[in-house]
Design a protein. Structure first.
Length: 194
């Protein structure tokens, strides 16, 4: 494990088509005492029945909460961007939700959340991008790098929809490329005992 992974203040996970089954493989094996929160941004349809929170909670070893405006985020918890809202960071402890226009045809947008977190958490930002079918997440990953954070990518060869991770590889160098079966152990190694 390289030294720059040791300062994780937040872990962001973004994904679209094909990413839910990856999360279901990862969540059960996460350390229950992580020193940082996890924020998950998945493309979700507005107005659809909200079962994603319940599904992730059933597989997770950590509490899973759908984010809402002014929510106080805590370490060792997973926060899910709500459908049809962008999720941004007000500061290191609070998120806000926003109904501004879609970005890359998406709300929530991975780019919006990743950029906001990178600005707030700087070098403490770690972002993992999973399977997906559009460019959302690419600019957000660039922002994380610009502020000195760490970017991780699902191995495109393991992605159900390879487009999103491949777009990242076309434009930048990532710190680690991970197969789904290695993601939980990698995330657990980001943990700093406090």
């Amino acid at each position: 494990m390289k030294n720059y992974y040791k300062q994780t203040g937040i872990l962001l996970i973004g994904g679209s088509a094909g990413s839910i089954h990856v999360l279901l493989k990862v969540l059960p094996y996460l350390d229950t005492a992580l020193s940082f929160p996890i924020v998950i941004v998945l493309h979700r349809k507005a107005g659809s029945e909200n079962v994603l929170e319940e599904l992730l909670r059933a597989y997770s070893s950590l509490p899973v909460v759908e984010a809402y405006d002014k929510l106080n985020i805590r370490r060792s918890c997973i926060y899910l961007a709500p459908p049809d809202y962008h999720l941004l960071f007000e500061d290191r402890e609070h998120v806000i939700v926003d109904l501004s226009e879609k970005v890359n045809y998406s709300r929530p947008s991975i780019d919006v959340t990743f950029r906001s977190a990178a600005y707030i958490f700087k070098t403490g930002t770690t972002a993992l991008l999973l399977s997906g079918a559009n460019n959302d997440g690419v600019e957000g990953m660039r922002s994380v790098v610009r502020y000195g954070g760490t970017i991780l990518l699902q191995d495109p060869d393991t992605a159900e929809v390879k487009y999103m991770p491949r777009q990242v590889l076309l434009g930048m160098q990532v710190h680690e490329i991970l197969k789904p079966e290695n993601m939980a152990s990698f995330i657990n190694q980001l943990n700093t005992k406090q």
